[in-house]
Design a binder for this molecule. Structure first.
Ligand code: ACO
Length: 423
């Protein structure tokens, strides 16, 4: 297969084809407008490839997801989050020497510039930590030089290392506790939990089971090809905007309830169902009712139309962590019941609506003691290496150009301006 034909009002146009390494076929329509004056229309970009990428492969029909070719199940079982950061950003698994060097460098860059701590004083104590995260990440560019070939690796390290400090500080700010500084003897994940949960009156020994759960959550969220926030990072970066500015834009895109905010919404939904007598059937009916704007949060996915492999891994992990910590979570019982009712219902089966990664991730965060308003921040920490990898890939693409889609105008045709005295 080397080309496709479009017939428009009797005229035939031949368009080239690009085939990916997994056999995915893309019809290149770049020349179509020049040839025929027509553009393609694909609202929400559901069937539009916006770039060529070598980072993550997803086959939504078969429930497959791979980072740089490695199946997510194997990565989740065998890798550390820092190793995944290296893999996504630099394209290959690190040797043990490379991993040690990378890990040490990340540890050494974890501190925030002391002056940046003052920024936190300006935020209202009710500010959403996600808003603080995005503005603090954008503010990093006021302390560090713009990202050029010379500063690229260092700015990437700074961002990966400092984002978790910013995240933990934003939590401490929201609960009125003093900031806890990072410790260089702790791993990436343990350091984060230490900054979150230690306080001057009480040290915090990170439970191994929670360290493992956090590792898993971060790895499973690390990349997901051209989702809304990643496309935003590439879109913003395509104008030549700096790494910190582009990633801050990605964080803002992730804050929406239909994207990263979904696990927060899952918890709110489950609490609402519990307060209403735990009648899961009633809510499944509401989700099906087109006159109601209620949707089952944590269900459905633009890409996965079979199952979300991340949701499978997290469901097992959530059960294990709650068992090991002997935590009783009535919301998890409601979630299980909801899943059972929905998965036996034709509405959900016909539309291929299955639990997505957000359906179970909230339970693990809750077990760690991470409050609901921090869930999206946690997602951001996980997604950070993916965003960075895409920004870097976009920047290094020799054929890259500013992203600028077209539209089909459906407004008024030309009409004469009416002076205000005549309206
Ligand atoms: N509950 C009830 N019905 C649903 C749901 C749901 N969660 N999701 C989709 N549907 C229905 C739609 O009403 C539509 O029905 P119709 O064909 O009768 O009109 C059909 O399924 C297709 O839905 P779309 O909205 O067209 O699917 P799309 O691919 O655009 O949306 C999305 C995907 C946004 C994830 C959607 O399923 C949703 O809103 N889910 C709930 C929010 C959520 O969990 N988001 C997290 C996504 S994962 C992530 O970002 C990490």
């Amino acid at each position: 297969m080397s080309s496709a034909k479009v017939i428009l009002e009797g005229n035939e146009y031949e368009l080239p084809i690009t085939v990916g390494t997994e056999g995915e076929v893309g019809i290149e329509i770049r020349s179509l407008r020049k040839l025929s004056k027509a553009v393609t229309l694909d609202e929400g970009y559901g069937n539009t490839g916006s770039c060529k990428s070598a980072i993550t492969f997803i086959d939504g029909e078969r429930g497959i997801m791979r980072y740089r070719g490695y199946p997510i199940e194997q990565v989740a079982e065998q890798s550390s989050f820092v190793e995944v950061c290296y893999l996504l950003v630099f394209g290959e698994l690190p040797t043990s020497g490379q991993l040690e060097e990378f890990s040490d460098a990340l540890t050494r860059h974890t501190l925030l510039h002391e002056d940046m701590k003052k920024f936190f004083e300006g935020y209202s104590s009710s500010a959403h930590p996600m808003v603080i995260l995005s503005s603090m990440v954008a503010s990093l560019s006021t302390y560090y030089p713009p990202t050029t070939d010379e500063t690229l690796d260092l700015n990437i390290l700074r961002l990966l290392a400092k984002a978790k400090t910013i995240a933990a500080f934003s939590y401490k700010k929201s609960i009125g506790q003093p900031f806890i500084y990072p410790r260089n003897d702790l791993s990436y994940t343990k350091n984060f939990l230490h900054m979150m949960f230690a306080n001057p009156a009480e040290p915090y020994e990170v439970p191994e089971v929670l360290d493992h759960a956090l590792r898993l959550l971060l790895i499973l969220h690390a990349d997901h090809e051209q989702n809304c926030s990643t496309s935003t990072v590439r879109m913003v970066g395509s104008s030549g905007a700096d790494l910190f500015a582009s990633i801050a834009a990605g964080i803002n895109a992730l804050s929406g309830p239909l994207h990263g905010g979904a696990n927060q919404k899952v918890m709110e939904m489950l609490r609402r169902i519990r307060a209403d007598g735990s009648n899961t059937k009633k809510y499944v009916e509401m989700a099906k009712d087109k006159d109601s704007d209620f949707r089952l949060m944590g269900f459905g996915h633009r890409v996965y139309k079979n199952f979300d492999p991340r949701a499978r891994i997290l469901k097992v992990a959530a059960n294990r962590v709650l068992d090991e910590l002997k935590l009783d979570d009535s919301l998890l019982d409601i979630a299980r019941a909801l899943e059972e009712v929905a998965l036996a219902d034709d509405y959900f089966l016909e539309r291929n609506l299955y639990p997505n990664v957000d359906f179970y991730s909230g339970f693990l965060y809750r077990a760690m003691g991470i409050p609901t308003n921090m869930f999206t921040v946690m997602f951001s920490l996980g997604r950070l290496p993916g965003w960075i990898a895409h920004w870097k890939e976009m920047r290094e693409d020799p054929n890259g150009r500013i992203h600028r889609p077209r539209q089909i105008y459906i407004g008024e045709t030309e009409r004469a301006f009416v002076p205000i005295s005549e309206r």
